[in-house]
Write a protein that binds this ligand. Structure first.
Ligand code: ZN
Length: 142
């Protein structure tokens, strides 16, 4: 799913959260997490290509599908971690909002791309060597 689509949907979900719970922390954390999970694209670029880190080059590498798909934030594994953290902090609004943002981001990516559920498992991608051709069966790019 594209960055601007995540931004619009995260803004809508955060607005709903604010209307229901009247918590800027919950809404803000959900918005930030829902959008910025995709920053791991930049981390992949930086770890594999190094500096300089330019947005144009990151998008080019994405279009070319030339990076390993580490994407450490794109993992279902984060949800139980954030869920446990939220529970242990008595549903702290910052942590709960982050959980909601992560969850909606991953679900939207999965639904929008229609790939195998496991494509959004960090551990499964690791087992596949983070190679796009072994992870994605359709277009090879996500
Ligand atoms: Zn994403």
């Amino acid at each position: 799913m594209k960055f601007h689509q995540h931004a619009v949907i995260s803004l809508g979900i955060s607005g709903l959260l604010y209307l229901i719970f009247k918590s800027w922390a919950l809404a803000g954390a959900s918005l930030i997490a829902g959008v910025f999970v995709d920053l791991d694209y930049g981390a992949d670029y930086l770890l594999q290509r190094g500096f300089p880190l330019r947005i144009k080059d990151i998008f080019q590498a994405y279009r070319e599908d030339s990076l390993l798909k580490v994407r450490f934030l794109h993992g279902w594994e984060w949800l139980p971690v954030w869920g446990m953290a939220a529970w242990l902090t008595d549903w702290n609004p910052w942590i709960t909002g982050t959980l909601i943002g992560f969850a909606q981001h991953l679900v939207l990516d999965k639904v929008n791309h229609g790939e195998n559920f496991l494509c959004y498992s960090f551990l499964w991608r690791w087992k596949k060597g983070f190679k796009s051709e072994d992870i994605f069966m359709k277009s090879g790019r996500r």
